[in-house]
Design a protein around this ligand. Structure first.
Ligand code: NPQ
Ligand code: MG
Length: 369
């Protein structure tokens, strides 16, 4: 396929309520959309980085720069032979910058699949029409507020609750949610690297609450620490930030650093690498689930398709659009009995709403090929 233009568009979506994690609080989602135009098609994707490099080292201004000055020229050099499958090899010389690479590969894959009339789910190998939806619940000012939020999500039908935790907000919120909503609620926690191995005895105090998993308790590069922690606590360890590739996944599993993996296509460089992680984990009998980065409908559509693969056996952070946005960039994803429907149309299977896009755009620029 011959790319004619790559438009980079910064958008700003207000969140329905502030979302606080161990690394910070956000009240709006600033996102970078990648819009690829080819001779006979177009493709959309979003880059999952945040304005500040707090979740990972990538950040929006850096992504725009690396796409413009280092990644797009390499795609241009690939010429008409470029396909979505050839994007990663074409960009391999550039170290890291996986979220930027993922956005380019995904937009090109969308264009390619729209041309051939194949859906993301069909291409990736989804076997489910509906995927179970979980919800990620931020750190709050009080236990009462947390319980009210969790009650609201359970009433909406969410099938799994994930509590964001940090030192000082861990045992008490977990205990309160368990006591209030009972032992049958699927419950897990996410620390976003807020602890060290020295906290192992403290984290073991979560053992009685029968959590599905504890996600990324230690630093992203602390594989050894996670392996040690896994022997000291009963709660299964799940890795998010630590897993940037299928090779990382194989190492972490072999090492005993995790027994569950949160797959985020953006973090690992795209949907093709995400599928390889799914496959590696499946071969080891390790379950995976699909994480989220506060995606708009554009990124959410592709995530939901990925979550339809057979080893995505735990509910993901694939929530309804309304969890984050009063107005999404696409028709909203809505819960159907606690599930989201895998889109079946060509490519990501959703359309960007032009008026909403226009209203929420902060800036845009073109890279002509
Ligand atoms: C996680 N996501 O699993 C991430 C972290 C996260 C749904 O918990 C702006 C952009 C704010 C990306 C907040 C969920 C974010 C973000 C949290 C990602 O670790
Ligand atoms: Mg996480």
């Amino acid at each position: 396929m011959k790319i004619e233009n790559i438009e980079l568009r910064r958008v700003r979506l207000p969140l329905v309520s502030p979302f606080r994690t161990s690394f910070g609080s956000v009240s709006e989602r600033e996102a970078l959309l990648v819009h690829v135009t080819t001779a006979d098609s177009e493709g959309w994707a979003e880059c999952a980085a945040e304005a500040e490099p707090l979740y990972s080292s990538e950040f929006l201004d850096g992504c725009e720069l690396v796409i413009r000055d280092h990644l797009a020229p390499r795609l241009n050099a690939a010429g008409e032979r470029l396909t979505a499958e050839r994007v990663a090899p074409a960009l391999a010389a550039v170290k890291g910058h996986r979220m930027s690479k993922a956005a380019l590969e995904t937009a090109i894959l969308d264009a390619q699949l729209r041309t051939s009339g194949v859906s993301f789910g069909g291409y990736l190998g989804a076997v489910s029409d509906l995927v179970p939806a979980g919800v990620s619940v931020g750190i709050m000012d009080s236990i009462d507020r947390l319980l009210a939020a969790v009650e609201g999500y359970l009433d909406e039908g969410y099938l799994r609750i994930k509590l964001k935790i940090e030192p000082g907000w861990d045992l008490a919120p977990v205990r309160a949610v368990r006591e209030r909503f009972g032992p049958d609620v699927l419950l897990q926690v996410d620390a976003n690297t807020a602890y060290t191995l020295a906290d192992a005895r403290h984290l073991a105090r979560l053992d009685p609450f029968d959590l599905l998993l504890i996600e990324q308790p230690l630093a992203e590069d602390d594989m050894l620490g996670h392996a040690a922690l896994a022997t000291l606590i009963q709660t299964p360890v799940c890795l998010d930030e630590s897993i940037e590739s299928a090779r990382d996944a194989a190492a972490a599993i072999t090492f005993g650093a995790c027994s569950i993996i949160n797959v985020k296509p953006s973090r690992v460089g795209g949907y093709l690498e995400a599928r390889r992680i799914h496959d590696v984990a499946a071969a080891h009998g390790v379950p995976v689930w699909c994480g989220g980065m506060l995606e708009t409908g554009i990124g959410r559509a592709a995530n939901v398709a990925l979550a339809g693969l057979p080893n995505f056996v735990l509910p993901g952070d694939t929530s309804a659009s309304s969890r984050y946005y009063a107005q999404d960039l696409t028709k909203p994803f809505v819960l159907e009995d606690g599930h989201l429907r895998v889109p079946t149309g060509p490519g990501i299977g959703v359309e960007v709403l032009p008026d909403v896009l226009h209203d929420l755009t902060v800036s845009s620029s073109d890279i002509r090929f």
